[in-house]
Ligand binder design. Structure first.
Ligand code: SF4
Length: 441
């Protein structure tokens, strides 16, 4: 049941659909009525804020955003829109604004490029003329943009509290500890067997901190995206007898399963348990060791939702993201990255009903972009990615006006000792030549 929150806490400058739900003007449901308030209400205290990740444990020391000046918190939607446009106009080619697919519409409309995290980082690379890259996404994405941009370019995250709960689930100390424990089982981690393979190759999903990418680069490993995970796993199996895959267990399991790896050879590594919760013999026999991480946005999708969509919409085409649990991917018609989903809809020549299992902002944008199709989110509850949601137009207006004033707020920099091996891991991924936009099956 939707709880009505006091009107004073509604933020008129955000998402009209959420405002309507919370004010009682819409019968749709949302996972948290706090979504209708300004994100600054949550920036003062630890936590991911309202949305899909609100129940996840935030690491100690996660970045906090300082107070946003009142003029931005209190501005109307129209005023913020005008201020953002004016600041962008003044800055011209000196700034490039990047908007992630999952970002709220009132922010994305100001983006020069819209895409997934890697598409945006490469877009930033193509704009070497821009002094500032304003990344309307989450923390690991801004780090990746910093890795791929020039040292002179400043990468700015409008709200420092916009982390990613999945990326935070693989902490560098936990990963180092895991590696040490695996070394006790596998012996010399650099020793190659008769086939020229080392005991284990670490593979990290793009959705991980720069520290984790650096770890992977230092240990002969590689980065993957949801578009190229299969190609990257093939690369890793050529060089290692096993793969240690983090942080997302679901992408790892779904991809490896589609490649024929049996489930019993994919033990989970829970960093809070000795040997990750597996036995030494299970780890000996492992082909893919899955880190105990997940995305709380994609974990919401269920087989029951797919069954309901099929019951209510004859001929519906169900496409889900590979960060969804295995049972959901198995029950869907197709699974693939955000780019895959977008291209699949774009390629449909006949009016089609699509039920999509990914973040609500992307699904709603696709529905608006392709009115010839019926497109809806499998999850009937409006529950966006909590951390993307922290980037409100008030923060975007603030960072742009700071740039106009000659100041550089919220700059994200990766230290050189981490950046060098992290770039190696990214370069290995690029050399592995991913099939752009390919699905997991
Ligand atoms: S959708 Fe999931 S993986 Fe993506 S930024 Fe949000 S929490 Fe992280």
């Amino acid at each position: 049941m939707t709880t009505i929150i006091p009107v004073t806490r509604l933020d008129p400058s955000v998402d009209h659909h959420l405002q309507a739900i919370v004010s009682g003007a819409s019968t749709d449901a949302t996972c948290s009525t706090d979504l209708a308030a300004g994100p600054w209400d949550f920036d003062a205290r630890p936590g991911y804020g309202p949305g899909s990740s609100m129940g996840d444990v935030i690491p100690t020391g996660a970045p906090r955003q300082g107070e946003l000046p009142a003029e931005y918190r209190e501005a109307s939607e129209a005023e913020l829109d005008a201020r953002i446009r004016a600041a962008k106009h003044t800055l011209g080619d000196r700034v490039v604004v990047l908007g992630h697919f999952y970002q709220r519409e009132e922010v994305v409309q100001h983006a020069d490029y819209v895409g997934d995290s890697f598409q945006l980082a490469t877009a930033a690379k193509s704009r070497a003329d821009a002094e500032a890259i304003v990344f309307c996404g989450v923390h690991f994405m801004a780090e990746t943009a910093d890795l791929l941009s020039t040292p002179e370019q400043a990468v700015i995250l409008p709200n420092l509290a916009a982390g990613c709960s999945m990326a935070d689930m693989a902490d560098i100390d936990q990963v180092e500890d895991c590696w040490e424990q695996l070394g006790e089982i596998y012996g010399d981690m650099d020793a190659v067997d008769a086939d020229g393979r080392v005991p284990v190759i670490p593979v990290t999903y793009m959705n991980s901190s720069a520290a984790i990418k650096g770890f992977v680069g230092r240990h002969g490993g590689i980065v993957c995206t949801s578009s190229n995970a299969k190609t990257v796993l093939e690369w890793a199996f050529e060089r290692g007898r096993r793969v240690l895959f983090f942080p997302d267990q679901h992408l790892g399991r779904n991809t490896a399963k589609a490649m024929g790896v049996p489930l019993e050879r994919m033990p989970m590594w829970n960093p809070r348990k000795a040997l990750g919760g597996s036995t030494a013999s299970e780890l000996e026999d492992a082909q893919v060791i899955l880190w105990h991480g997940f995305c709380s946005v994609h974990r919401r999708f269920t087989v029951a939702q797919i069954e309901q969509a099929r019951a209510e919409h004859a001929g519906v085409r169900v496409i889900v993201h590979p960060e969804c649990p295995m049972e959901v991917v198995d029950a869907a018609d197709e699974a693939g990255s955000t780019d895959y989903i977008r291209k699949a809809i774009e390629a449909a020549t006949e009016p089609t009903t699509f039920a999509i299992g990914t973040e609500i902002n992307l699904v709603r944008r696709l529905a608006a972009q392709f009115p010839q199709h019926e497109i809806f989110c499998l999850d009937p509850v409006v529950c966006p990615c909590s951390t993307m949601y922290r980037i409100h137009p008030g923060y975007l207006a603030w960072v742009l006006e700071e740039l106009v004033a000659g100041r550089t707020p919220n700059r994200i920099t990766v230290s050189d000792d981490v950046a060098a091996p992290a770039r190696v891991a990214l370069e290995r991924m690029l050399a592995a030549k991913p099939p752009v936009g390919a699905g997991t099956r």
